[in-house]
Structure formats: structure tokens, C-alpha cells
Design a protein around this ligand. Structure first.
Ligand SMILES: [Fe+2]
Length: 304
């Protein structure tokens, strides 16, 4: 494999670009350092969405985030998909291309879900070989994100963080650390989020994701439809104290609020990094776990 190392510039604080905000961004000099696009929304587009991102790419750095590479699948790598991905990256001068450590389909069918892999030696070797192939074709290092998950396999012989560390070292890829996903999975599978983060190779992390979720009391669904919770901000604070500045992005995918709400939310991350403390409004929030405990308690009392 040729040397694919390229620079991953620090971009500051950004949000996921969603069509709800196209016009606002086109019409204003918005205060935002960068945007992340969902690659698949533009790969086959020749109309308005493509025109919009070409224009936005002239004014702001863009990063591509995909949901269909299916790096963990046993289907052959989709060469046509990679060709389109590479073409789009060139057109918009994407600073990097990311996707998820998952599989999304089999036998040519896309489930549009980010499905978890068994964490075994066999799947590690499989994923590493595929990442190397993708990187050779894209002629750049791939960035892979830790998934949020709701199940684990009996066959697992690695922790997720050991799997990711070995995957990154053996394939020479980079990492997108979704801090909300670490929180969600650690809640769902009862492990320590800080232990997970401590074990990751920090020098390979080029981007953070932050997002809101839905806590059902017994488990968390990663919904990206609300504000980031206090515990995730605390985990972000804990992580950046170890990594230093890393390009940080807020994901908000349904019940999408006004642009200004997103701008204020992602700027909380800047406050946390600059001042080393949570913003005042976050400090006074009730812990999420006690809210869910209370709900559970109330439900139990009601049932009794
Ligand atoms: Fe994410």
C-alpha cells in the first residue's frame, strides 16, 4: 500500500448540513466553522442539493460522512459506490471521508441501518483488509466512527475499544469518536465510558461527534433529535482534556430546530474547551440517570 497519510486540519466547531437550513446558509454569512454532509445525499444528485453544496463548499470546509460503505459486510466492496464517493470528494474538496464501523446490508440489499459486527479475530481481519482496499481506491485514509449499539454477540472476543484500536493500527485508518455513541453503548451494555475512551489511540482521532438521544430508562435509543445531555458534555470535557483540540461536530437529524439553536448548541463545545468548565445552563441540569430512575420508580408505583 502506498503512503496514504495526509493532513487532517483542525476545523473547529461545525454542524451536520441538513436541507432545512440550505436557504438560511445561502442567504447569510453564518457563524459556523465547517459542515459535514451525508455523502449519499449528493453522490447521485445533479439538481438543487448538488448546486447548494458546491456553493457552500466555496465558503466553508466540508467533510463527507457516509452511511452505506458497509465496511463490515461480507458482500464485495461496492466499487461503483467508491467511484462516486471519490468523485464527490474531489468536487467539494472534502477534508476527509468518514463512515461507520458496521455493516448495512447483505446480498446487495441496503437495510439503511448501521448494524453491529461480531467483535472477533475473524471479523477484525476481514474489516482491516477491506479498509486497506478502500483506502487504496480512495487514495486517502478512511475515517471510521464507533457505532451506538443495542446488542452484543456471544462470540465477541474483543471489547469494542480493543477492536477499534487494533483495526486502526493494522489498517492505518483514522477515527471519528462519537462521544454520544460511547455514552449510549456504555449505558446499554453496562460498561465504563471513560475506560473506553482511555483505551483509544488518541493520535488517530480526527473528529468528534456530539448528539442528543432518547433515554427509555432501561436502554437508550440514539435518536439525534434533541439537545446533547449534561453527561455527554461532561464526557466531552473529560475527552478533550486528554486529546487537545479536535474538530467537533453536532449531529441533529430529526425534529430539526432553527439554525440558531444548532449554532448555540455546538458553541457549548467551544465554551467547554476554552474555559474547561460546562456552560452555566448545563451545570444546573438534573442528571439523566436519576430522571430515568424516577420514571421507573413512578411507573412501578403506578403499576402497584
Ligand atoms: Fe455520529
Amino acid at each position: 500500500m502506498s503512503n496514504l497519510n495526509h493532513s487532517f486540519p483542525y476545523l473547529g466547531y461545525g454542524i451536520g448540513l441538513r436541507s432545512d437550513h440550505y436557504q438560511h446558509i445561502l442567504d447569510h454569512e453564518v457563524e459556523m466553522d465547517w459542515f459535514e454532509i451525508i455523502s449519499e445525499n449528493y453522490m447521485d444528485s445533479k439538481g438543487w442539493p448538488k448546486k447548494v453544496i458546491l456553493e457552500i463548499a466555496e465558503r466553508y470546509p466540508l467533510v463527507m460522512h457516509g452511511v452505506s460503505m458497509s465496511i463490515g459486510s461480507s458482500d464485495p466492496i461496492d466499487l461503483d459506490y467508491l467511484k462516486k464517493l471519490k468523485k464527490l470528494a474531489k468536487e467539494i474538496n472534502a477534508r476527509w471521508i468518514s463512515d461507520h464501523l458496521c455493516w448495512t446490508g447483505i446480498l446487495g440489499k441496503n437495510t439503511h441501518d448501521l448494524l453491529p459486527l461480531p467483535l472477533t479475530e475473524e471479523s477484525l481481519n476481514h474489516v482491516v483488509q477491506r479498509i486497506k482496499m478502500v483506502q487504496d481506491i480512495l487514495e486517502r485514509q478512511l475515517v471510521l466512527e464507533n457505532p451506538s449499539s443495542y446488542m452484543q454477540f456471544r462470540e465477541d472476543s474483543f471489547t469494542e475499544y480493543d477492536f477499534i484500536r487494533q483495526m486502526a493500527e493494522e489498517s492505518d485508518c483514522r477515527l471519528l469518536l462519537d462521544i454520544n455513541n460511547v455514552y449510549v453503548s456504555s449505558f446499554n451494555h453496562h460498561y465504563d465510558a471513560k475506560e473506553y475512551i482511555a483505551a483509544l489511540p488518541k493520535e488517530r482521532i480526527v473528529q468528534f461527534h456530539l448528539a442528543g438521544h432518547n433515554n427509555q430508562g432501561t436502554h437508550i435509543i440514539d435518536t439525534h433529535d434533541d439537545h446533547v445531555i449534561k453527561e455527554v458534555w461532561e464526557l466531552y470535557q473529560h475527552t478533550i482534556a486528554q486529546t487537545g483540540p479536535i474538530s467537533t461536530l453536532l449531529e441533529w437529524d430529526s425534529n430539526i430546530p432553527a439554525f440558531e439553536v444548532l449554532r448555540k448548541e455546538v458553541l457549548k463545545a467551544k465554551t467547554i474547551f476554552d474555559k474547561g468548565v460546562l456552560p452555566e445552563e448545563e451545570k444546573t441540569k438534573r442528571p439523566e440517570k436519576s430522571i430515568s430512575n424516577n420514571l421507573h420508580l413512578n411507573q412501578t408505583l403506578w403499576e402497584a
